[in-house]
Design a binder for this molecule. Structure first.
Ligand code: AMP
Ligand code: MG
Length: 318
């Protein structure tokens, strides 16, 4: 199908080839994953990594997630362990990122890992990105396809809003099903969640059969996703709101205010997974409608609600 954006391409054989050619030339492309759209490039190439940081306006102290097709592809780059293998078996490909020790001989460019001795790796599930990962001879460094601090994109038009024509190819994979970023779990020591996601702490503990720390309150800034201010829609966000102020956009769960002006439901059936998948789209919609402020009602802090609260809390920091 044709669209009005000259750099958004339908997923077909011809465009798949074009995307791979660009990646082989160390260019950047935007790809769909099941979590959010990513800005991807060759993780082994210095110039590619530099382009990613530059285009995103991201501080080089914030490491990138490196994406692989499967387990066999990572063994030369990271030191795997039992905990990783258990989680891989259960959840991969899927919305979970593992922090592992980097092998000395690893070809991942040190800039991708912000010169740390650890690497963040993920195996995305989306068929478009998997078909690309299968055909290239390097992993993809791929942060979310947004300018630093902004909300992650969940549809191709969101990616266009972030980078306009500064990116040659945005491959259309529809709306991202999960809609918020992957769970990040540090497995270099005692398992620790660095960023909550749809795969929650309980399900990880169940597989590992051990306690996993949340670590969300510490001041550890090794991870960009842990920086206080992040995921900002560009207007003030107020959380735990009870009363509508009459003018702001009001985000809530359920259908109580259905049809009322200024009210936006994250999920009419109050599903926390659906709420997570709609959050960023609703943030962008509200901004486009010209609202000056967002109020959000209290969201249950369990399951995917933990990940939603993490994102909205950080988007509320000024
Ligand atoms: P984004 O690229 O926007 O999806 O965010 C990248 C996420 O990867 C951050 O939130 C970090 O938690 C995580 N990350 C990447 N590399 C590392 C690393 N070496 N150590 C710890 N966290 C990392
Ligand atoms: Mg991001």
């Amino acid at each position: 199908m044709k669209n009005s954006y000259s750099n958004i391409f339908t997923f077909n054989k011809k465009n798949l080839k074009k995307t791979i050619n660009n990646l082989n030339k160390n260019n950047l492309v935007c790809l769909p994953t099941e979590t959010v759209y990513g800005l991807g490039g060759n993780a082994y190439s210095k110039t590619t990594i530099q382009k990613i940081f530059k285009l995103k306006g991201r501080p080089t102290s914030n490491p990138l997630i490196v994406h692989y097709y499967n387990l066999n592809d990572v063994i030369d780059d990271v030191i795997t362990n039992k905990l990783f293998k258990k989680l891989y078996k259960k959840f991969c490909p899927g919305p979970i990122t593992f922090i592992l020790k980097r092998k000395i001989s690893s070809k991942i460019h040190p800039l991708a890992c912000a010169k740390l001795n650890t690497v963040a790796i993920r195996f995305p599930k989306h068929k478009v990105t998997r078909s690309i990962l299968k055909k290239i001879n390097f992993p993809l460094a791929m942060p979310s396809a947004n300018r630093s601090n902004n909300v992650s994109p969940v549809i191709p038009a969101d990616v266009f809003d972030e980078f306009k024509k500064r990116i040659k190819i945005i491959l259309d994979g529809g709306k991202c099903k999960i809609g918020i970023e992957s769970t990040v779990v540090d497995l270099t020591n005692k398992p620790k969640i660095l960023r909550p996601g749809i795969i929650d702490k309980n399900s990880i503990e169940k597989i590992l059969k051990c306690k996993v720390t949340g670590n969300l309150k510490t001041k550890n800034k090794r991870s960009p996703g842990m920086m206080k201010k992040h995921y900002s829609p560009g207007i003030p966000v107020l959380i735990n709101q009870k009363k509508h102020d009459g003018v702001s956009a009001f985000i809530y769960l359920g259908f109580k205010h259905k049809g009322k002006k200024h009210f936006f439901s994250l999920s009419e059936k109050s599903s926390l997974n659906e709420a997570a998948s709609n959050l960023y789209e609703i943030y962008r919609l509200i901004k486009k409608k010209g609202y000056k402020k967002i109020q959000i009602s209290k969201i249950q802090n369990k399951g995917s609600g933990i990940a939603i609260n993490d994102r909205i809390k950080r988007s509320s920091k000024l």
